[in-house]
Design a protein around this ligand. Structure first.
Ligand code: UD1
Ligand code: UDP
Length: 382
């Protein structure tokens, strides 16, 4: 039987979480020979995901350095990928999302004339500075890719507006596949702080904040607003697993240290994170992934950004844009905490991003593209 060599390339925590179930699905199927290459743009935060999903990379470029710049990440990924692609010679390279690893992985494959599949294709804000540099990364990868796996219909429409209509598949987002394997009813946290929280009588707010375009004043505003929220609402407990970026670490500790109900903790393993999300009262975040996961778990989300490339959950009513200004963030959080009607309007499960079958559809699409299957994959509908 003919087999197709598919190489997954990823480097950061969110790419790993969203690629892991796909890498496992491909490995399960006899028609594929799978190769896993990590750039390790993130080191500890990547390794934690690899552990949880029992994934062992075939190639590890180990490129991370403290306070790395966009240019060094891209240059090191490109150089490392050259040798890997020369040696492994895959039939298809799969990249995910919009990080520097995504862009460099796609570009390296293009230089080697290897087809590229883009997982999580078609997300757009149409502002090249926000999110920065992700909006540009995903547009560039959209131009390079041969196969485009779109989570939602509006992602597919965005590509159509750019005249990308061939090789486009509507699959749902693989993050929902991942979420379905991690959340369990009686989960016991290994992080002590999380086991000790009172999820019934207190309102646990889960906070994450790490985006480059929020460095500086926006991050100062966000953290100052969050401290005011904790002060104003004694029934809240704020849990912030702080990203390992030194810029983020400094800001978090400067503004949020030494408060009895603000818990700055180390980044959580993904199963801990998903189960915390399932138990918390609400989420405040500038993360992309959390905007997809929290609605699926019925948790209201205030997005700490000016825009979002994920409008579907805003339309479904579970996500609101809170921006990056202190007063607005404080006001919107206060409203959600004090008005049960507003809270209940937002706290319902919405699954515009997937049904847990995205990996199966992507694997089917690849098999179809390479002539190993008679039928195209079914189309995802929310
Ligand atoms: C990257 C992605 C961003 C994604 C985010 C997810 C780019 C340009 N940015 O941003 O799209 O949303 O990951 O978290 O690709 N660090 C560690 N250990 C780790 C991870 C990071 O020490 O395991 C520190 C290092 O000092 C590193 C810094 O964090 O230099 C920043 O990491 P980097 O990947 O450059 O940027 P992120 O902000 O994480
Ligand atoms: N996440 C995690 N541990 C944490 C924080 C986040 O496992 O301490 C998960 C989160 O559930 C989501 C993904 O990491 O699946 C989001 O990654 P991140 O916020 O770093 O990046 P983004 O999604 O903004 O690109």
């Amino acid at each position: 039987m003919k087999t197709i060599k598919v190489m997954t390339v990823f480097g950061t925590r969110p790419e790993a979480i969203k690629m892991a179930p796909l890498a496992l699905e491909l490995a399960r199927r006899p028609e594929f020979e799978t190769i896993c290459c990590v750039t390790a743009q993130h080191r500890e935060m990547l390794d934690s995901v690899l552990d949880i999903f029992h994934l062992k990379p075939d190639y590890d470029l180990n490129i991370m350095e403290p306070r790395q710049t966009l240019s060094t990440i891209t240059a090191k990924c490109l150089g490392g990928m050259d040798q890997v692609l020369e040696k492994a010679r895959p039939d298809l390279v799969l990249v995910h999302g919009d990080t520097s690893t995504t862009f460099a992985g796609a570009l390296a494959a293009f230089y080697h004339k290897i087809p590229v599949g883009h997982v999580e294709a078609g997300l757009r804000t149409y502002d090249k500075w926000s999110p920065y540099p992700e909006e540009m990364n995903r547009k560039l990868v959209g131009s390079i890719a041969d196969l485009h796996f779109c989570p939602t219909p509006s992602n597919r429409d965005n590509l159509a507006q750019e005249n990308i209509t061939k090789g486009v598949f509507l699959t749902g987002n693989t993050v929902i596949d991942a979420l379905q394997t991690t959340v369990v009813k009686d989960f016991s946290f290994s992080e002590k702080t999380l086991n000790n929280l009172d999820y019934v009588n207190q309102k646990v707010i889960l906070l994450t904040c790490h985006r480059r375009e929020n460095y500086g004043q926006p991050m100062t505003d966000i953290m100052t607003a969050l401290r005011r929220v904790a002060d104003a609402f004694p029934e809240t407990e704020l849990v912030y697993p702080v990203h390992l970026s030194p810029v983020v670490q400094e800001a978090a500790h400067k503004y949020l240290d030494n408060h009895p109900r603000i818990h700055l903790i180390a980044p959580l393993a993904v199963d801990e994170m998903h189960n915390l999300m399932a138990r918390c009262h609400m989420v405040m975040t500038d993360s992309g992934g959390l905007q997809e996961e929290a609605p699926a778990l019925g948790k209201p989300v205030l997005v700490l950004r000016r825009e979002t490339e994920r409008p579907e959950a805003v339309e479904a009513g579970t996500v609101r844009l809170a921006g990056v200004e202190e007063e607005t963030i404080f006001h919107m959080a206060s409203q959600l905490l004090s008005d049960p009607v507003e809270y209940n309007k937002m706290a319902h499960a919405a699954n515009p991003y997937g049904d847990g079958q995205a990996c199966r559809r992507i694997a089917d699409a690849i098999a179809w593209h390479f002539g190993l299957r008679d039928m195209p994959p079914e189309t995802f509908s929310a």
